[in-house]
Design a protein around this ligand. Structure first.
Ligand SMILES: Cc1cc2nc3c(=O)[nH]c(=O)nc-3n(C[C@H](O)[C@H](O)[C@H](O)COP(=O)(O)O)c2cc1C
Length: 314
């Protein structure tokens, strides 16, 4: 994997930006541990973003990134702030970054949009981005239709820029599989939620440990904004009303502000506890450094096993 060389980091791993969760302090800790920490700015305004970038820079001299949601009403101001603050890497979601690409590149910022299908990856390549993060449907949070197993190779066959795989990766074996399918590195969200340093409520962390794949579901298929999360009262009520044909506006009463309720208050009934299908692989809460080193150790061991299997046959 070469993402480490492209970004000037130790390991080919990006911590996925997570709104309400990955603040400047958390991103700095991930970067200090050798991956790329990313500030999730989805719920911020320009002033808050500037503050979090400055906190991050005060805690690490290593590269870090900012995840910008292009539907954010403050996006034009935020696009300027990342230039002023000399942010090295930007990941984008929820829209097209095309109008900002020239000015970000002039400021030496590397740009990696998150895309859910090969068609959008091809469009991003035309815009001149530095690579694409292809996010499979196994991921936590808002999701597309394609699985990583189909999305990574189909994108690899269609673009020549670097591909970073996201969705369903929480082990060295899965990292190696992503490499074989065509990825140059990985982006991980759910596994980083389970780190000691992750600033989410203890109840959220307890749920991550306790829950298995059959506790996870998808809501919002009918609204065009599907989301993968852990089942609770809010999710059950949402699904009931979704089946009754309630529209997007009516269903929003459940999800609006619900991630904040989960993250800050650990509200088990009303919170939105987003998590991906790797949840079943999470057995305990570990420091970021241990998580990253564990991933890399397993990756190297699995690679070696395959190498020796091939040697044996010759
Ligand atoms: C709680 C949570 C919040 C997320 N918030 C965002 C976000 O604000 N912006 C974004 O682009 N992706 C967001 N994601 C997606 C992650 O950045 C990442 O791509 C994804 O989690 C990778 O899949 P995994 O969960 O299987 O590791 C979120 C994911 C989770 C679990």
């Amino acid at each position: 994997m070469k993402l480490d060389k492209i970004l000037g980091i130790e390991y080919p791993i990006i911590q996925g930006g997570m709104a309400h969760i990955s603040d400047g302090k958390f991103a700095a800790k991930v970067s200090e541990a050798g991956a790329l920490g990313v500030i999730g700015s989805g719920s911020m305004n320009g002033e808050e973003l500037k503050k979090q970038i400055q906190i991050c820079k005060s805690l690490t001299r290593k590269p870090f990134g900012v995840n910008l949601l292009l539907l954010n009403p403050h996006i034009d101001q935020m696009a300027e702030i990342v230039i002023e603050e000399k942010v090295p890497v930007i990941t984008t979601g929820a829209g097209s970054p095309s109008k900002y690409i020239d000015s970000w590149h002039k400021a030496n910022i590397k740009i990696f949009p998150v895309v859910p299908n090969p068609t959008l990856a091809m469009r991003m390549e035309k815009y001149g981005v530095d690579g694409v993060i292809v996010e499979g449907n196994e991921a936590g949070g808002h999701i597309g239709d394609m699985t990583s197993m189909t999305l990574i190779p189909q994108t690899k066959d269609r673009v020549s820029i670097p591909i970073i795989a996201a969705g369903g990766i929480a082990s060295g074996r899965q990292m190696l599989a992503a490499k074989v399918l065509g990825a140059t590195g990985v982006q991980i969200g759910t596994l980083f939620l389970s780190s000691t340093e992750c600033p989410i409520h203890e109840e959220y962390k307890n749920l991550l440990i306790k829950s298995k794949y059959n506790n996870i579901t998808i809501i919002g298929n009918t609204t065009g904004l599907p989301m993968r999360l852990i089942k609770n009262n809010m999710v059950r009520d949402y699904i009931k009303e979704e089946k009754q044909g309630k529209d997007k506006m009516e269903l929003e009463k459940y999800t609006l502000g619900a991630l904040k309720l989960a993250v800050e208050l650990g509200d088990l009934k009303k919170g939105s506890f987003m998590a991906g299908l790797t949840l079943t692989q999470i057995e305990d809460i570990k420091p970021i450094k241990e998580i990253i080193e564990g991933l890399m150790k397993e990756y190297e061991e699995e690679l070696e096993k395959i190498y020796y299997e091939i040697e044996d046959k010759e």
